[in-house]
Design a protein around this ligand. Structure first.
Ligand code: NAD
Ligand code: ZN
Length: 230
């Protein structure tokens, strides 16, 4: 399971931790469904500033190592809290997105979907951007905003994988966001060994068999290399 930390080395800031976004924005304010519905332009103004860097980001060695572990048969899949699509870009095939995808935008009025990049491109002329099909102003990235429910199918699949796992590897997550942090807890309950790779300590470190405090872009390639030599 991965969190925002796995994409930090791709230039996408995390929410928490050093250099985290919470030092410059209050995500609960900007990224809550209530605020979005009240003022979609405010949401898109932040997106106009931050979106281009996220859309231009490329997978880093951490994402690539997870894809290689899957190809080698060591990893069943990736459960991610990220919305940036970088696991898919790196070649991971089974990616379960607990918080949706930031690459797709959906009109809350008529349901029409569009690529994020296309909506981003017209932010200069339109604020908030309008639905190409119905003219509506509630174009929302298909991410789970604060105050929204998580996608049931993804949550169920994540818990099923956790229950069946021999080993649960958690990378770049502060593990303070629930229900996402329940996923590794479920694995531990079911008897799996837990490995935590994170830049700083997490509240679940005491349950882990192995804890590595380091950068995922450095630790994961080493892990993949060791497993391929084993
Ligand atoms: P988080 O921001 O709460 O925590 C990130 C953790 O990663 C921190 O504990 C930090 O110490 C660690 N970290 C930072 N750089 C690292 C590195 N190079 N290697 C290893 N660890 C590193 O992230 P979260 O727990 O995933 O929760 C925040 C939520 O915000 C996510 O669930 C996600 O939905 C959303 N978010 C997504 C993105 C993205 O898609 N890339 C970015 C920011 C926030
Ligand atoms: Zn519409």
């Amino acid at each position: 399971m991965t969190g925002a930390g796995v994409s930090a080395e791709s230039g996408i800031p995390t929410f928490r931790g050093e250099g985290g976004l919470w030092s410059s924005y209050d995500p609960v304010k900007v990224a809550s469904i209530d605020n979005f519905l009240e003022d979609p332009a405010a949401y898109w103004r932040v997106s106009r500033e931050r979106g281009p860097a996220v859309l231009a980001a490329r997978p880093n060695p951490g994402h690539l190592a997870l894809a290689a572990l899957e190809t080698a048969g060591h990893l069943v899949g990736v459960v991610t809290q990220n919305t940036d699509g970088l696991h898919q870009d790196a070649g991971s095939r089974r990616v379960i997105e607990l918080h949706g995808s930031g690459r797709v935008v959906q009109c809350l009025d008529c349901g029409t979907r569009e690529k994020r990049a296309e909506v981003q491109a017209r932010l200069g002329e339109e604020m908030p951007p309008r639905c190409r099909a119905c003219g509506g102003v509630f174009l929302k990235p298909t991410v789970v905003l604060f105050g929204e429910a998580m996608p049931m199918a993804a949550v169920e699949e994540a818990f099923a994988l956790a229950k069946a796992a021999d080993v649960m590897l958690v990378v770049g997550s502060s593990l303070v966001v629930y229900p996402a942090a329940h996923v590794p807890l479920k694995a531990v309950e079911a008897g799996a060994a837990l490995i935590v790779v994170n830049a700083e300590p997490t509240p679940l470190d005491h349950l882990a068999t192995v804890v590595i405090h380091g950068r995922s872009g450095e630790v994961l390639p080493e892990l993949a290399e060791m497993l391929s030599a084993a």
